[in-house]
Design a protein around this ligand. Structure first.
Ligand code: DGY
Length: 323
């Protein structure tokens, strides 16, 4: 029997590409250029599976074709707000993602951002590299102590819980959690976390707020100017979820008028373009979407896609089906 035809939309770790090439009739994107909507529409006619990722915007323009050949979009990444599930569902296409395997590394990066913004690490590195460091002094780049402070986590799923573990067990932080559905008491107990009823209740109580909810239309501008106004003037906002969750203009105003202490972002609305209003704030740390960027996580994400594909083409239910 002919092997299923599979298109990989970006360069993947070499070990995973090699395994994919053994198992499937695979086309790799060796140039690592994102596909345009018209390339995507053509691929929908030619392949049995497409393996997209966050840089593929799979809305109506990319999905508007009759009778696609594609039966599964096996996404490389846990977030799938770049895929229009309604359009995909109309074609009966299965969508899978890669949860679990990147939770620890993404939480590590959220903690990195939290520490960087609290301890002014970005400012310090910029100063030193610019040759402007004049030496130690008691008043130089004085930041904010992290240990023992209160961390609010919005979205208490797998990554949110890993963040809580690091903050509570590593830094003795008190954890407040907001989650759409109730969190099991034994899960909260692992970090002595308290679940609060609303985001509005959480924000005024926190020294740090870290976002771990999904992106997409439902959570667009969840953190807007009204909610930024509920944060303490010395509190910090961390985002490793999706850029659209924060209203970036409102954030830039909050930073400019110092109505919050600072922010640290790994994700941006419309990335890789960065809203110019964000660029000049010294109290903002920015990283280029590195949450899952470790060799271990990126390989595990690829092998998780492979598991989903193998199950699907063997007639079994893929474990990470999301639609
Ligand atoms: C994820 O897994 O969702 C990462 O943000 C990369 O897309």
């Amino acid at each position: 029997m002919a092997k299923p035809r599979v298109l990989v939309t970006r360069r993947w770790p070499a070990a995973v590409e090699a395994r994919l090439a053994e198992a499937f009739d695979v086309r790799l994107n060796t140039a690592d250029k994102p596909l345009a909507p018209e390339d995507f529409r053509a691929a929908m006619r030619d392949y049995d599976a497409i393996l997209p990722t966050v840089t593929d915007k799979l809305g109506a323009p990319a999905l508007d074709i009759d009778k696609p050949q594609v039966r599964i979009l096996a996404n490389y990444g846990v977030g799938y707000s770049h895929i229009d599930l309604d359009s995909v569902g109309r074609h009966g296409i299965v969508v899978t993602n890669t949860p679990d395997v990147l939770s620890e590394c993404t939480a590590d990066l959220a903690m990195t951002l939290l520490l960087m913004v609290a301890r002014r690490a970005g400012e310090g590195e910029r100063e030193l590299r610019a040759g402007q460091w004049t030496g130690w002094r008691p008043t130089h780049l004085v930041g904010t102590k992290v240990s023992g402070k209160t961390l609010g986590i919005i979205g208490y799923g797998r990554i949110g819980q890993e963040m809580a573990r690091r903050a509570h067990h590593g830094f003795g932080m008190k954890i407040l959690a907001y989650n759409r559905s109730p969190v099991a008491p034994e899960v909260l107990a692992q970090c002595q976390a308290t679940q609060v009823a609303s985001i509005d209740e959480l924000l005024p109580q926190c020294d740090f707020v870290s976002l771990h909810c999904p992106g997409g239309a439902a959570n667009r501008h969840l953190i807007n100017s009204r909610r930024l106004g509920l944060m303490r003037p010395d509190a910090f906002l961390i985002n490793t979820a999706r850029g659209e969750v924060i209203d970036e203009m409102a954030l830039s105003h909050a930073l400019w008028f110092e109505s919050i202490g600072g922010a640290a972002l790994d994700v941006f609305d419309g990335e890789p373009n960065i809203n110019p209003a964000l660029r000049d704030s010294d109290r903002l740390v920015m990283l280029p979407h590195l949450g899952s960027a470790t060799r271990e996580a990126r390989e595990a994400m690829g092998f998780r896609v492979l598991d989903n594909l193998e199950d699907f083409f063997a007639g079994r239910a893929p474990r990470d089906r999301v639609n």
